[in-house]
Design a protein around this ligand. Structure first.
Ligand SMILES: C[S@@+](CC[C@H](N)C(=O)[O-])C[C@H]1O[C@@H](n2cnc3c(N)ncnc32)[C@H](O)[C@@H]1O
Length: 233
Protein backbone atom coordinates (compact mmCIF):
# COMPACT_ATOMS: atom_id res chain seq x y z
CA UNK A 1 0.00 0.00 0.00
CA UNK A 2 1.58 3.31 -1.13
CA UNK A 3 -1.51 5.51 -1.47
CA UNK A 4 -0.80 8.44 0.85
CA UNK A 5 -4.37 8.85 2.10
CA UNK A 6 -4.72 5.11 2.82
CA UNK A 7 -1.34 5.00 4.59
CA UNK A 8 -2.28 8.04 6.71
CA UNK A 9 -5.59 6.40 7.69
CA UNK A 10 -3.93 3.06 8.49
CA UNK A 11 -1.44 4.73 10.87
CA UNK A 12 -3.59 7.57 12.25
CA UNK A 13 -3.40 5.77 15.59
CA UNK A 14 -1.17 3.00 16.96
CA UNK A 15 -3.96 0.42 17.22
CA UNK A 16 -3.69 -1.37 13.82
CA UNK A 17 0.05 -1.77 14.28
CA UNK A 18 -0.36 -3.00 17.88
CA UNK A 19 -2.91 -5.64 16.78
CA UNK A 20 -0.48 -7.02 14.19
CA UNK A 21 2.72 -6.77 16.19
CA UNK A 22 1.38 -8.72 19.17
CA UNK A 23 0.99 -12.10 17.42
CA UNK A 24 4.54 -12.62 16.17
CA UNK A 25 7.10 -14.98 17.65
CA UNK A 26 10.29 -16.72 16.52
CA UNK A 27 10.14 -19.27 13.72
CA UNK A 28 11.70 -22.76 13.48
CA UNK A 29 15.26 -21.40 13.72
CA UNK A 30 14.43 -19.59 16.98
CA UNK A 31 15.02 -16.07 15.66
CA UNK A 32 12.59 -13.22 15.26
CA UNK A 33 13.31 -10.76 12.44
CA UNK A 34 13.15 -7.81 14.87
CA UNK A 35 15.91 -9.41 16.98
CA UNK A 36 18.07 -10.02 13.90
CA UNK A 37 17.50 -6.40 12.85
CA UNK A 38 18.42 -5.13 16.35
CA UNK A 39 21.64 -7.16 16.31
CA UNK A 40 22.56 -5.62 12.94
CA UNK A 41 21.77 -2.10 14.18
CA UNK A 42 23.77 -2.57 17.38
CA UNK A 43 26.74 -4.08 15.53
CA UNK A 44 26.96 -1.00 13.30
CA UNK A 45 25.63 1.75 15.56
CA UNK A 46 26.18 1.08 19.27
CA UNK A 47 27.12 4.40 20.92
CA UNK A 48 26.89 6.23 17.58
CA UNK A 49 24.31 8.28 15.64
CA UNK A 50 21.24 6.33 14.48
CA UNK A 51 18.25 7.57 12.48
CA UNK A 52 15.09 5.48 12.19
CA UNK A 53 12.54 6.26 9.47
CA UNK A 54 8.95 5.02 9.82
CA UNK A 55 9.51 4.20 13.50
CA UNK A 56 5.87 3.33 14.28
CA UNK A 57 5.10 3.27 18.01
CA UNK A 58 8.81 3.36 18.90
CA UNK A 59 9.23 -0.12 20.40
CA UNK A 60 12.21 -1.00 18.22
CA UNK A 61 13.94 2.31 18.99
CA UNK A 62 13.33 1.83 22.72
CA UNK A 63 14.82 -1.67 22.59
CA UNK A 64 17.98 -0.39 20.87
CA UNK A 65 18.40 2.39 23.44
CA UNK A 66 17.84 -0.06 26.30
CA UNK A 67 20.56 -2.32 24.87
CA UNK A 68 22.95 0.55 24.12
CA UNK A 69 22.43 3.55 26.40
CA UNK A 70 24.35 6.59 25.20
CA UNK A 71 23.52 5.95 21.56
CA UNK A 72 22.26 9.09 19.78
CA UNK A 73 18.94 7.92 18.35
CA UNK A 74 16.47 10.01 16.36
CA UNK A 75 13.18 8.29 15.47
CA UNK A 76 10.98 9.72 12.70
CA UNK A 77 7.60 8.87 11.24
CA UNK A 78 5.06 10.50 8.96
CA UNK A 79 2.23 9.91 11.45
CA UNK A 80 1.89 12.39 14.34
CA UNK A 81 0.29 9.64 16.48
CA UNK A 82 3.33 7.40 15.97
CA UNK A 83 5.70 10.25 16.80
CA UNK A 84 3.76 10.97 20.01
CA UNK A 85 3.78 7.28 21.03
CA UNK A 86 7.53 7.05 20.40
CA UNK A 87 8.26 10.23 22.36
CA UNK A 88 6.14 8.84 25.23
CA UNK A 89 8.68 5.98 25.47
CA UNK A 90 11.45 8.53 26.05
CA UNK A 91 12.87 8.24 22.52
CA UNK A 92 13.74 11.50 20.71
CA UNK A 93 11.14 11.59 17.95
CA UNK A 94 10.02 13.95 15.22
CA UNK A 95 7.69 13.95 12.25
CA UNK A 96 9.40 13.47 8.88
CA UNK A 97 8.67 11.89 5.53
CA UNK A 98 11.23 9.34 4.37
CA UNK A 99 11.60 11.10 1.02
CA UNK A 100 12.43 14.53 2.57
CA UNK A 101 14.60 14.00 5.62
CA UNK A 102 15.25 17.21 7.61
CA UNK A 103 18.89 16.37 8.38
CA UNK A 104 22.26 17.48 6.96
CA UNK A 105 24.31 15.30 4.61
CA UNK A 106 26.31 12.49 6.26
CA UNK A 107 24.83 13.10 9.74
CA UNK A 108 24.19 9.44 10.78
CA UNK A 109 26.26 6.26 11.13
CA UNK A 110 23.20 4.00 10.76
CA UNK A 111 19.75 4.45 9.23
CA UNK A 112 16.99 1.95 10.11
CA UNK A 113 13.83 1.28 8.05
CA UNK A 114 11.73 -1.51 9.60
CA UNK A 115 8.72 -2.71 7.63
CA UNK A 116 8.06 0.68 6.07
CA UNK A 117 9.69 0.99 2.63
CA UNK A 118 6.69 -0.76 1.03
CA UNK A 119 4.59 2.30 1.96
CA UNK A 120 6.72 5.10 0.49
CA UNK A 121 5.22 6.41 -2.78
CA UNK A 122 8.60 7.42 -4.29
CA UNK A 123 10.89 4.64 -3.10
CA UNK A 124 13.98 5.83 -5.00
CA UNK A 125 13.59 9.35 -3.57
CA UNK A 126 13.57 7.86 -0.06
CA UNK A 127 16.62 5.69 -0.79
CA UNK A 128 18.48 8.74 -2.15
CA UNK A 129 17.65 10.56 1.09
CA UNK A 130 18.95 7.66 3.18
CA UNK A 131 22.16 7.62 1.13
CA UNK A 132 22.53 11.40 1.58
CA UNK A 133 22.15 11.46 5.40
CA UNK A 134 24.40 8.40 5.94
CA UNK A 135 28.10 9.08 6.41
CA UNK A 136 30.46 7.43 3.94
CA UNK A 137 30.81 3.83 5.14
CA UNK A 138 27.60 4.04 7.22
CA UNK A 139 25.07 1.20 7.32
CA UNK A 140 21.45 1.04 6.19
CA UNK A 141 19.51 -1.65 8.14
CA UNK A 142 16.18 -2.73 6.69
CA UNK A 143 13.44 -5.24 7.46
CA UNK A 144 10.58 -6.24 5.22
CA UNK A 145 8.21 -9.12 4.48
CA UNK A 146 8.22 -11.65 1.66
CA UNK A 147 5.42 -12.36 -0.77
CA UNK A 148 4.64 -15.64 1.04
CA UNK A 149 4.22 -13.79 4.35
CA UNK A 150 1.06 -15.15 6.05
CA UNK A 151 0.02 -16.52 2.65
CA UNK A 152 -1.91 -19.43 4.22
CA UNK A 153 -4.00 -17.15 6.43
CA UNK A 154 -4.73 -14.90 3.47
CA UNK A 155 -5.70 -17.94 1.37
CA UNK A 156 -7.96 -19.27 4.16
CA UNK A 157 -9.77 -15.91 4.01
CA UNK A 158 -10.06 -16.11 0.20
CA UNK A 159 -7.31 -13.53 -0.36
CA UNK A 160 -4.16 -13.37 -2.46
CA UNK A 161 -0.52 -13.07 -1.34
CA UNK A 162 0.55 -9.47 -0.73
CA UNK A 163 2.98 -8.30 -3.42
CA UNK A 164 4.71 -5.00 -2.64
CA UNK A 165 7.31 -2.66 -4.16
CA UNK A 166 9.78 -3.64 -1.42
CA UNK A 167 9.68 -7.31 -0.41
CA UNK A 168 12.11 -10.17 0.28
CA UNK A 169 11.89 -10.92 -3.43
CA UNK A 170 12.96 -7.48 -4.68
CA UNK A 171 14.67 -5.74 -1.70
CA UNK A 172 18.29 -6.51 -2.60
CA UNK A 173 18.13 -5.52 -6.29
CA UNK A 174 16.27 -2.35 -5.29
CA UNK A 175 18.89 -1.40 -2.70
CA UNK A 176 21.71 -2.12 -5.18
CA UNK A 177 20.45 0.81 -7.24
CA UNK A 178 21.78 3.05 -4.42
CA UNK A 179 24.28 0.98 -2.39
CA UNK A 180 27.38 -1.03 -3.42
CA UNK A 181 27.34 -3.77 -0.81
CA UNK A 182 24.00 -5.44 0.07
CA UNK A 183 23.52 -8.53 2.29
CA UNK A 184 20.12 -10.18 2.82
CA UNK A 185 19.07 -12.74 5.42
CA UNK A 186 15.67 -14.42 5.05
CA UNK A 187 13.94 -15.45 8.30
CA UNK A 188 10.87 -17.61 8.83
CA UNK A 189 8.68 -16.52 11.71
CA UNK A 190 5.36 -17.61 13.29
CA UNK A 191 2.09 -15.86 14.03
CA UNK A 192 -0.01 -17.43 16.79
CA UNK A 193 -3.73 -16.69 16.94
CA UNK A 194 -5.42 -17.88 20.12
CA UNK A 195 -8.77 -18.22 18.34
CA UNK A 196 -10.71 -17.26 15.23
CA UNK A 197 -11.51 -13.80 16.59
CA UNK A 198 -7.82 -13.02 17.06
CA UNK A 199 -7.06 -14.03 13.46
CA UNK A 200 -10.04 -12.03 12.20
CA UNK A 201 -8.90 -8.99 14.22
CA UNK A 202 -5.46 -9.23 12.61
CA UNK A 203 -7.00 -9.28 9.13
CA UNK A 204 -9.41 -6.47 10.04
CA UNK A 205 -6.44 -4.24 10.90
CA UNK A 206 -5.84 -3.88 7.14
CA UNK A 207 -8.82 -5.54 5.38
CA UNK A 208 -12.29 -5.79 6.96
CA UNK A 209 -13.35 -7.74 3.83
CA UNK A 210 -10.82 -10.51 4.45
CA UNK A 211 -11.69 -10.55 8.16
CA UNK A 212 -15.37 -11.11 7.38
CA UNK A 213 -14.49 -13.89 4.90
CA UNK A 214 -12.29 -15.94 7.28
CA UNK A 215 -14.17 -19.19 7.98
CA UNK A 216 -14.81 -19.83 11.68
CA UNK A 217 -12.37 -22.32 13.27
CA UNK A 218 -11.95 -23.79 16.74
CA UNK A 219 -8.91 -23.39 18.95
CA UNK A 220 -5.48 -21.90 18.35
CA UNK A 221 -3.83 -21.63 14.93
CA UNK A 222 -0.27 -20.89 13.87
CA UNK A 223 0.73 -19.50 10.48
CA UNK A 224 4.15 -19.05 8.93
CA UNK A 225 5.49 -15.60 8.20
CA UNK A 226 8.40 -14.76 5.91
CA UNK A 227 10.58 -11.72 6.50
CA UNK A 228 14.05 -10.49 5.59
CA UNK A 229 16.69 -8.31 7.18
CA UNK A 230 18.94 -6.53 4.73
CA UNK A 231 22.04 -4.44 5.40
CA UNK A 232 23.54 -2.09 2.83
CA UNK A 233 26.64 0.11 2.69
C1 LIG B 1 4.19 -1.19 9.14
S1 LIG B 1 4.51 0.25 10.11
C2 LIG B 1 6.08 -0.18 10.82
C3 LIG B 1 6.39 0.59 12.06
C4 LIG B 1 7.68 0.19 12.78
N1 LIG B 1 8.85 0.42 11.97
C5 LIG B 1 7.60 -1.25 13.24
O1 LIG B 1 8.36 -2.08 12.71
O2 LIG B 1 6.79 -1.56 14.11
C6 LIG B 1 4.91 1.46 8.90
C7 LIG B 1 5.24 2.84 9.49
O3 LIG B 1 5.79 3.67 8.45
C8 LIG B 1 5.21 4.95 8.57
N2 LIG B 1 5.28 5.58 7.22
C9 LIG B 1 4.56 5.28 6.14
N3 LIG B 1 4.93 6.04 5.10
C10 LIG B 1 5.94 6.82 5.52
C11 LIG B 1 6.78 7.81 4.92
N4 LIG B 1 6.62 8.16 3.63
N5 LIG B 1 7.71 8.41 5.68
C12 LIG B 1 7.88 8.08 6.98
N6 LIG B 1 7.12 7.16 7.61
C13 LIG B 1 6.17 6.53 6.90
C14 LIG B 1 3.81 4.71 9.06
O4 LIG B 1 3.23 5.88 9.65
C15 LIG B 1 4.02 3.58 10.05
O5 LIG B 1 4.31 4.05 11.34
Amino acid sequence: MTDSAQVARQYSSTSNLATRRGVWGPGPEGHSPADVLRDAVLAAGRGRRILEIGCGAGLFARSVLDAAPGTQYVATDLSPAMVAATAALGVPAQQASADALPFPDESFDVVVAAWMLYHVPDLDAALREVRRVLRVGGTFCVATNGERHLAELLRDAGGEPVVTQFSSENASPTLRRHFDDVTQRDIETRATFEDHDAAAAYLASFSPTLAAALPVFDGRRRYAGHASVVTAH
